[in-house]
Design a protein around this ligand. Structure first.
Ligand code: CP
Length: 315
């Protein structure tokens, strides 16, 4: 069954309704099997052009957007910012206007500053997709996390999800909090006091609890999501040493034993083994870290398809 998708840009989960989110996830489910075929290509986006404009490093997001575009037969162009005219002093908006003049259908942008995709969406005729903007949002990460949770728990409504670590600098945490609470999960966040914003409790939808201790967040959880320490966004010392961080906040098997017996572990990557997550947890059968990466391609196929005029597919 098809249902019209009335949006063009994907700037954040904050702007989406629960129906939009479910529609994107259902569409991704429909694209998923293409990635398991021997010939992983369909003509759905033939003739469309997708530009990947990444101002920050990426392994998973940039590669999966490129694979998603190519598997749908779109032309994918990757712009390396270090070799572009941005390094000659061109403004962000001028760069976007010049790329837009080449009439792409979609520009996927990652930038270190919050709000850059929103700024580009105001001047661009192409659909803008946010691939991570500063500490603001990373909507496709939250969508692929939700797809992973749905696959393993068969629902999101009513689940208890612990998000642990550097909440303050995490766009993944923000997008996940919006998505999970919109779909009816209870979210508990915890980490070092310096890395958990005190205003969070009043900032977001109901369904979010800020816990004083990591153990409180993990106890009884269905899903434990561990975040990377975002050292590139930390402008001062938020905790004494990495060793102390690992001891007090890292996910070990002992801490994971506080969660439900069938709890699953997620991490958006890149992970710092032995710091925010012990290697034996990361490599255990409860860890779905590589499933998250796998579902990232299907989610990004759905996002590119919907942002370029496709309808939501379910069933
Ligand atoms: N999860 C994530 O955004 O990873 P990359 O930085 O490798 O894209």
């Amino acid at each position: 069954m098809e249902k019209p998708y009335r949006r063009r840009d994907l700037l954040g989960i904050r702007e989406l309704s629960a129906d939009d989110i479910r529609g994107i996830l259902d569409t991704a489910e429909n694209f998923r099997e293409i990635n398991a075929r021997e010939i992983k290509k369909v003509p759905t986006l033939r003739g469309k052009t997708v530009i990947n404009l990444f101002f920050e490093n990426s392994t998973r997001t940039r590669t999966s957007f490129e694979l998603a575009a190519k598997r749908l037969s779109a032309d994918a162009v990757n712009i390396s910012v270090s070799s572009s005219s941005v390094s000659k002093g061109e403004t962000l908006v001028d760069t976007a206007l010049n790329l837009d003049a080449m009439q792409p259908d979609c520009i996927v942008v990652r930038h270190g500053s919050a709000g850059v995709p929103h700024q580009l969406a105001k001047v661009s005729k192409a659909a803008i997709v946010n691939a991570g903007d500063g500490a603001n949002e990373h909507p496709t990460q939250a969508l692929l996390d939700a797809m992973t949770i749905r696959e393993h728990k068969k629902k999101i409504q009513g689940l208890e999800v612990a998000i642990v670590g550097d909440i303050l600098h995490s766009r993944v945490a923000r997008s996940n909090i919006h998505l999970l609470t919109k779909l009816g999960a209870s979210v508990r966040v915890a980490g070092p006091g310096t890395l958990v914003p005190s205003e969070f409790g009043g900032l977001v939808e109901s369904g979010l609890t800020v816990c004083p201790h990591v153990e409180d967040a993990i106890a009884g959880a269905d899903v434990v999501m561990i975040l990377r320490i975002q050292r590139e966004r930390q402008d001062s010392a938020y905790f004494p040493t990495l060793r102390e961080y690992a001891v007090h906040y890292g996910l070990t098997n002992d801490r994971l034993d506080l969660a439900k017996k069938d709890a699953i572990v997620l991490h958006p990557g890149p992970m710092n083994r032995g710091i925010e997550i012990a290697s034996d947890v990361a490599d255990s059968s409860r860890s779905l870290i590589l499933d998250q990466v796998k579902y990232g391609v299907a989610v990004r196929m759905a996002v590119l398809y919907l942002s370029t005029g496709g309808s939501m597919i379910s069933g």
